[in-house]
Write a protein that binds this ligand. Structure first.
Ligand code: DGL
Length: 302
């Protein structure tokens, strides 16, 4: 049984149980590997869950940079540097395709990685984010074009959603609200308790105080679907509350259909490796909330 070289000193027992996915060659002799899914922490699991539901045959490596989460309050440079390290790591594990299942990383790092780093690292590999595919779907979701975006401070300050929405739907208006307490509530198992109510109420009232006739509220942070029941019960019934998981999964399926050269480089075995830069036991325990099933987790350092 193989063990994680990186984790031997820290979590040898746990690490041994983790499936060790790595680069292989396909029947045409091309290098191929699992699909990488990255988030600052647990949030990307809401995306991975939907991706695996729709595309169960592929192999995946999920990497949560929990040791350095949250990314929301961090500067552009730091989020870019951390995200690039994660992407390089996933490439080193054989991933040809990496999904940044994190809005903050997609907002602050994706463009630079795609434009500046990929051509140098390996132009045949791809890194995709969650913002563009989400925005593409807004046209069919909103009737009046008034979109509310709830995200981390980093995502909201980057104005990535405002810009993407303006590009694709020039007639739409975007009203954004940063919800800096929501990620810590989720990460600390407090999402379903009474204490969370105050902050859910607070940010929703602040959003709707800015614009009343929003008809579509986008949960533009991959942690936020865990707060969905509390959010849903506090917004008017005629307002749509949109989670990104299914949207991103459908967009990935479409991407793989349109890019057979990439699809053939994604290994199929239906396996998933979970990795964290923090404590694997802690990750495994909180991951249950996101995935409804226990997972074995390995530790790595970035
Ligand atoms: N889940 C990440 C996102 O979608 C944010 C969490 C964080 O602040 O690290 O933006």
């Amino acid at each position: 049984m193989e063990v994680w070289k990186e984790s031997e000193d820290y979590y040898p027992l746990n690490a041994k149980k983790v499936v060790n996915l790595r680069e292989m060659n396909n029947e045409r002799g091309h290098e191929c590997g699992p699909i990488g899914v990255f988030d600052s922490g647990y949030g990307g699991l809401t995306i991975l869950k939907e991706i695996r539901r729709l595309l169960p045959d592929y192999d995946y490596i999920y990497l949560g940079d929990n040791a350095r989460a949250p990314y929301g309050p961090r500067s552009f440079d730091v989020v870019y540097r951390f995200t690039l390290e994660a992407v390089r790591y996933l490439f080193s594990r054989g991933c040809r395709l990496v999904i940044l299942a994190c809005n903050t990383a997609s907002a602050k790092a994706l463009r630079s990685i795609q434009q500046n780093d990929l051509p140098e690292i390996d132009p045949t590999r791809r890194v995709l984010g969650v913002i563009r595919p989400t925005v593409e779907r807004l046209g069919e979701l909103s009737a009046n074009g008034n979109i509310g975006v709830l995200g981390t401070r980093g995502t909201v300050r980057s104005q990535s959603y405002d810009m993407e929405i303006a590009k694709l739907y020039p007639d739409f208006t975007t009203t954004s609200q940063a919800c800096p307490m929501w990620v810590p509530l989720v990460e600390n198992h407090e999402a379903n308790d009474g204490g969370a109510d105050y902050f859910v109420e607070k940010y929703l009232s602040e959003l709707f105080a800015k614009k009343q006739d929003i008809d579509t509220v986008l949960l533009a942070c991959t942690h936020f679907p865990i707060l969905y029941p509390k959010i849903r019960e506090r917004v008017r019934e005629d307002v749509r509350v949109v989670c990104q998981g299914e949207i991103v999964a459908e967009s990935l399926a479409d991407y793989l259909r349109r890019h057979p050269e990439m699809e053939s480089r994604c290994t199929r075995g239906g396996r998933c490796t979970y990795l964290t830069t923090e404590n694997p036991e802690a990750f495994s325990s909180l991951a249950r909330i996101f995935l409804d099933e226990p997972v074995e987790v390995g530790h790595i350092d970035l």
